[in-house]
Design a protein around this ligand. Sequence first.
Ligand code: UFG
Length: 332
Amino acid sequence: MNVLVTGGSGYIGSHTVVELMTAGHEAIIVDDLSNSKECVVSRIASICGRKPSFYRINCTDAGKLARVFVENDIDAVIHFAGYKAVGESVTTPLAYYRNNIDSTLTLLEVMEAYGCKKLVFSSSATVYGPENPHPYREDMPAIQSASPYGWTKVMIERILTDYCTSKPDFCAVLLRYFNPIGSHTSGLLGDDPNGIPNNLMPYIARVAAGQLEKLTIFGNDYRTPDGTCQRDYLHVVDLAVGHLKALEYAQDHEGVEAFNLGTGKGISVLELVKAFETANSISLPYVIGPRRAGDLPAFWADASKAKNILGWEAKLSVEDMCRSAWSFASSS
Ligand code: UFG
């Protein structure tokens, strides 16, 4: 299959491109490099032994996106492209709504113009909002979020649902990710955000590398076993494999379907810190700070739907996640 991967040089996108190419598909990356680097494309080539096609394009540019469809016989699209920093989305909501919603609408219009009817969308557990009890199940209302970033995911899920109603032969698979961490075993790809990381694992990695002085754990007075927040951390390579399964599913299905991609287990911040220290024989300086606004105490996935319908489940351990994250951070 020829698969267009928007945001394909980003963290999850690049790992997914590797899995696609390893499985024998052709990947065509569209990315504006607003939060990734072009060297990722040659790193993918050294892992896979061949280069994916690459277009430096923002997906809101319909003319340039159409050219990609003209030059490549696109069978399906995996749509990652979008801004993704929760805190930044609170200070610049218009940029988030404009970019994330507009790029999806433009992509759908171009897909329609070129008769492409299979889409896998990069959604998030954030759509379950603060009201649902965990573990989150796909049949719970997924219509809430705490940030403009999260609302773009809710809105895009809605847009795709309405689009599928209007086009019964279109298939949109909504993948609701929990907390992906870790890196490819080659150490060539990983989570490498610009500036000071917001997310836990890249922050831990920079502390371990001595680039940041210490980790601040945001609160230890939550009603959880050790007082720190619990999340469902999953290995990014497992997550990437989930996209292949979703693509296979989309080939012989129509309509919209959502799947959680998580392990089904909650891990606390302190447990992850300890796991990182043990896996890498590193001592990690940390302090306990105040709670971060907007954090939920705990949530994880009910991952049974993906297992039963897609035949996907997370296989890699927390130790694998911590080792590979450090292997990437210490070599880049
Ligand atoms: N944390 C710290 N210190 C840090 C960074 C994070 O203690 O320096 C804690 C947070 O308080 C939280 C946990 O580590 O308890 C995980 O935080 P992340 O920022 O790594 O991840 P979140 O769960 O907040 O956010 C993730 C995704 C979002 C998504 C959200 C909800 O990054 O895209 O889950 O699904 F919207």
